[in-house]
Design a protein around this ligand. Structure first.
Ligand code: ARG
Length: 463
């Protein structure tokens, strides 16, 4: 019987021991142990398949199953001893299995390589992380629907260039956020389709000479199907890049929500109150209440988009097939998943407690001549060409600015001095309520339309 140096599985070929620093430098176990349960899951499926095709006896399979169950427990309880001598999660678990069950443990790696093993593990790992991310994203969507429903009639200024543009309802604004999250959800689901393809069986790069049944392993692991090219299977990490891209967009969206919350909570806007539980004070300025949660989420958008760049650069110019470069995919991926889960959770927790200040929102809309477009539209309905109406309204706004009054506060006589076509009914449309109510087409800001949008969304979400 040949002996295997259990200190270092690949060492027979080497005359010298690995340099101590190189051993540390090349090891990944300190971070890839996060995929331990996925690694065990993959090994269980692989072993069952090897038994099915007659490579492992029933007894050997049973030993492997027992050994892996014990290892899984040791890892769960924090008792497993990880060693960088075994380089990565895969070799640590295999070495421990052989310690526990002997010869059958050494047979587990038949017909596979760490290259297809790691590609499989990452896919299983991402699949499960995406489930958690989607659950948090759904919580935030539902929270937005609830607040939007509460605030469907609340009038606030809508902005372009961060200048007051036209009145909108706060519910409509929140539903804009909701729409962004719906697309984020679809992107994650879509990228999951490509994640859910099984590389196992590609072995190191060229496949294996054993009569493996890849459809069986794919089914056991819940993959859609086995991959179609062994070289591609062990090398490309495009699925990971897609995940980071979808994650980056989620973070970009959250950073936009954050920025608005931070602005609105400032004394200058004073549109909302963020509850104390989501803010902190200042160590020096006793009056401060800082919107830490949205600020931190805004900041974390940077690290996730950074991870996307890391992964893109990691993949760029890599020749087929596997290269050690790919070991660098783990940390950005893990951190992307963690950050997404935490940020979505913080937002979902906070959102129901955001308190609108309707009076301040209303007054801000009034101060900004937000119904100027409505007055122009009114004149167009009375027969004036839009460009002329634009000019007339400009004059009316100037009078409002000079006399510090909103358009609705000008007298009928004053308004008529700009156009004889203006009559008493103008005040219906100059009111903010009239302006938002008029925009009742699909996608518009009218309270009734917003309520209908919320109902449609609830129907689609089943919430
Ligand atoms: N730790 C490696 C990784 O994360 C596993 C695959 C290593 N394969 C190899 N032949 N060195 O990519």
């Amino acid at each position: 019987m040949t002996t295997v140096n259990t200190e270092k599985l690949s060492s027979a070929r080497f005359a010298e021991a690995t340099d101590a620093f190189v051993e540390e430098f090349t090891a990944s176990v300190n971070f890839d142990q996060r995929m331990a349960q996925q690694d065990i899951q993959g090994s269980l499926a692989h072993a069952a398949m090897l038994n099915h095709i007659g490579i492992l006896t029933a007894q050997e399979l049973a030993d492997i199953q027992r050994g892996l169950a014990q290892i899984s427990g040791e890892i769960e309880r924090g008792e497993f001893v990880w060693s960088i001598k075994q380089e990565d999660v895969h070799m640590n678990i295999e070495a421990r299995l052989t310690d526990l069950i002997g010869i059958a443990g050494k047979k587990l790696h038949t017909g596979r390589s760490r290259n297809d093993q790691v590609a499989t593990d990452i896919r299983l790992y991402l699949r499960s992380e995406i489930t958690t991310i989607l659950a948090q994203l759904r919580r935030l969507q539902v929270a937005l629907l609830d607040v939007a429903e509460r605030e469907a009639e609340t009038i606030m200024p809508g902005f372009t260039h961060l200048q007051v543009a036209q009145p909108v309802t706060f519910g409509h604004h929140l539903m804009a956020w909701f729409e962004m999250l719906c697309r984020d959800e679809q992107r994650l689901q879509d990228c999951c389709k490509r994640i859910n393809i099984m590389p196992l069986g590609a072995a190191a790069l060229a496949g294996t000479s054993y009569p493996i049944d890849r459809f069986m392993t794919a089914e056991l692991l819940g993959f859609e199907r086995p991959s179609y090219n062994s070289l591609d299977s062990v090398s490309d990490r495009d699925f990971a890049i897609e995940f980071a891209a979808a994650g980056s967009l989620i973070m970009v969206h959250l950073s936009r929500f954050s920025e608005e919350l931070v602005l609105w909570a400032s004394a200058q806007f004073d549109f909302i109150d963020i509850p104390d539980a989501f803010c902190t004070g200042s160590s020096i300025m006793p009056q401060k209440k800082n919107p830490d949660v949205p600020e931190l989420v805004r900041g974390k958008a940077g690290r996730v988009t950074g991870h996307l760049m890391s992964l893109l650069m990691l993949m760029k110019s890599q020749p087929l097939a596997y290269n050690k470069d790919n070991q660098e995919d783990k940390e950005p991926l893990f951190d992307t998943a963690d950050t997404l889960i935490n940020c979505l959770r913080a937002f979902a927790d906070m959102m129901p407690h955001i308190k609108a200040k309707p009076e301040n929102m209303y007054n801000a809309a009034k101060r900004g001549f937000a119904t100027a477009t409505d007055l122009a539209d009114y004149l167009v309905r009375k027969g004036m060409p839009f460009r002329d109406a634009h000019e007339v309204v400009g004059q009316a706004v100037r009078l409002g600015v000079d006399s510090k009054r909103d358009l609705s506060e000008l007298s009928l006589a004053e308004l008529q001095s700009f156009s004889a076509q203006i009559s008493e009914d103008v005040f219906d449309i100059l009111k903010l309520e009239g302006s938002v109510a008029a925009r009742s087409h699909i996608g518009g800001t009218a309270p009734e339309t917003v309520k209908a949008a919320i109902q449609r969304a609830r129907g689609e979400l089943g919430k």
